[in-house]
Design a protein around this ligand. Structure first.
Ligand SMILES: [Zn+2]
Length: 275
């Protein structure tokens, strides 16, 4: 066969199923390790075959999302230690206005579809942008609410932000991870992503429970009830923040690694049967 050398893989591309390095293997054959047709490892949606600039943009956006839980933890420490109610209200208003805008921008960046994006990626993007927009709409009226009634802010704003924020965390974490895992067929990572989303969901449920029990001060509750659900609230917030942080750090690390190991699709031989 005269064109045989041109069909041999001459780059370090791992098999999409078993990660076996396919250098030196005939592109028309199967993976020597798991027998998957080589053509499947040439899927243009793979992160390893993606545009390096797109991978870089996505790694930066994903890293930036990690700043959100860090900022939340820092704010919460101030919130817990500060006795001044006015300071707490200003802080809540600043967070309520700024953070949804940050979430909106990051959600749009982190789910930015590449040139091969399918319908699912596009739908995912609109869900992420929609969740961010809903948060902006709910929270951008915060200064008005503060001016109207500090009691109303303490009663409604914080729980609304907490519930919407938690839902955005769950939707965003799930979308970003399922997209990354699907592109590289990472089953173990997909399971980890699932665990992280369940942790976030658990946290959000605890937040909701604490809200119902009056931990935010909306409904009057006995002191011991408020104390128990205040603890529930702390655990719930920690679970949501921690799950976001773990997922963000792992996803950013994976994107940086993929960028380092990226393969130029033009360097791959054809998988079409020869003449
Ligand atoms: Zn394989």
């Amino acid at each position: 066969m005269t064109d045989a050398p041109a069909r041999t893989i001459e780059v370090d591309l791992p098999c999409v199923r078993c990660r076996y390095l396919l250098r030196g293997v005939d592109a028309r054959g199967q993976c020597p390790e798991c027998a998957l047709p080589i053509a499947e490892s040439f899927d243009p949606r793979r992160l390893l075959l993606a545009d390096r600039r797109w991978l870089r943009r996505r790694a930066i956006a994903t890293t930036l999302t990690c700043l959100f839980p860090v900022f939340c933890f820092a704010t919460f420490v101030v919130f817990v230690w500060s006795e001044a109610v006015a300071w707490m209200i200003n802080l809540a208003a600043a967070m309520a206005v700024l953070l949804p805008i940050v979430i909106l921008a990051l959600a749009a960046a982190a789910t930015a579809p590449d040139q091969h994006a399918g319908r699912q990626a596009r739908v995912g993007r609109w869900i992420a942008v929609g969740a961010g927009a809903a948060m902006v709409m709910v929270c951008s009226t915060a200064p008005l609410w503060v001016a109207l009634s500090p009691t109303l802010v303490r009663g409604w704003l914080v729980p609304v932000v907490a519930v919407f924020g938690s839902l955005a965390v769950i939707a965003g974490t799930g979308l970003v991870w399922s997209d990354l895992a699907r592109r590289e067929r990472l089953r173990s990572r997909a399971r980890l992503a699932e665990a992280v989303v369940w942790l976030a969901l658990f946290g959000a449920s605890l937040l909701g429970l604490a809200w119902l029990a009056g931990a935010f001060g909306y409904w009057p509750a006995a002191e011991w009830v408020a104390r128990i659900f205040g603890t529930v609230l702390l655990v719930g917030m920690a679970a949501v923040g921690l799950s976001w942080l773990i997922a963000g750090v792992l996803a950013a690390r994976m994107l940086r690694r993929m960028r380092g190991e990226a393969v130029d699709p033009a360097a791959l031989p054809s998988t079409m049967p020869g003449p």
